[in-house]
Design a protein around this ligand. Sequence first.
Ligand code: 5AD
Ligand code: SF4
Length: 461
Amino acid sequence: MTDTTGTPARKRLLIRTWGCQMNVYDSARMADVLAPLGYAPTESVEEADMVILNTCHIREKATEKVFSDLGRLREAKQARGGEMVIAVAGCVAQAEGAEITARAPWVDIVLGPQSYHRLPEMVARAARAAGAVIETEFPPEDKFDHLPETAAPQGVTAFLTIQEGCDKFCSFCVVPYTRGAEYSRPVAAILAEARRLVALGAREITLLGQNVNAFHGEGPDGRAWGLGRLVRSLAEVEGLARIRYTTSHPRDMDEDLIAAHAEVPALMPFLHLPVQSGSDRVLRMMNRGHTADDYLRLVERLRAARPDLALSTDIIAGHPGETEADHAATMALIRAVGFAQAFSFKYSARPGTPAATMAGQVEEAAKDARLAEIQALLREQQTAFNRSRAGMVADVLVTGPGRHPGQMAGRTPWLNPVHFEGPESLAGRIVPVKILAGHPNSLTGALAAPLHDQSRERDAA
Ligand code: 5AD
Ligand code: SF4
């Protein structure tokens, strides 16, 4: 590649991302910090001068999958005569740092989620060091201060991390150990990043955090602001039409945030609110700090504030100690709420978490059967929700071209993907779409306004 600008020689960076939206966001920021060193993205391992595995620890066998990927990367590195920097980032790095360097000595860098801003320095150190460079401390204040401003446009819909870590210590979960204590970014930094994202074309921003509604960032007035107040302030950002946030804990759903759902039109009527179980016994063992009834009453209050609110959740099947009666209580709770969407998981032990060593581990076959029942019910509810949209005219944020020629894709306020016929010039706009049919995973529709009227902004200020 010719270089007449004095920038460093062009190198290729491959980032593989697993897990949650926080990881997707972090991968984008790692690409941002490495860009000034001359690293440009590639999809090809053969071409890569540096490979980052951004890992997730939540899923089953996460660690083993990382090691098998590392085995393949070792061959790729050898094929390039050793000229490849291999880094393991994310929660597996955080949890298994020492094991990674012991079992895969060809790894150059191991870094936890709080150290991404130090990547350039670590790359330089790795170039000199004989062994791997490990960085898995927890200084979150540093990270956000030192990351560069968002460089690559994320598009019409963007993510913005406002909070990290978790102090809840649910029995089954590794997050408090891998991501550390709860930390909220200052409001001014969040507003500045939101304005930048909007200037780069974002019309919808999803605020991210492992425990996002525990947000308590320092406001310009020096006081801690809750998420409700932050949302109201973001709603004032010109050009920002839609706000979402994820993932929330029922215990942190405060009065002001519920009121924001009633009062802030830009706050979209869709909420991911994990419940995990419908049995009070299991919820207690999980250390969730709420009962099934607390959750149901919370849902009632949210729906009173925003009657068209669609709910999503996470459910775990087969937590230690869970009986058939507990499972039935979970099914009953799912029926009582009626979810528009949900994620459900078979319980699997995470080393180091309290649940991993609890008595009463559930047989695999029972877990499978319970999960299948839960998933069948959730699928039914999701399809019913999607079908219930048919006949409505929904404001659709057009995200880009659809799969077929002449087709555009977008999303409703309830986060359903929608496909409809329309010109590409609609990308980034919010247009009325008549929903014609609801399918299990998406909707189809048709523009509801005549062509000359299509560009009008339905929910712009
Ligand atoms: N086993 C199964 N599911 C889990 N989750 C977290 N830890 C575990 C585990 N050990 C699920 C929870 C959480 C979601 C992100 O992953 O439902 O909300
Ligand atoms: Fe994990 Fe969420 Fe519980 Fe925190 S609140 S410990 S992130 S499941």
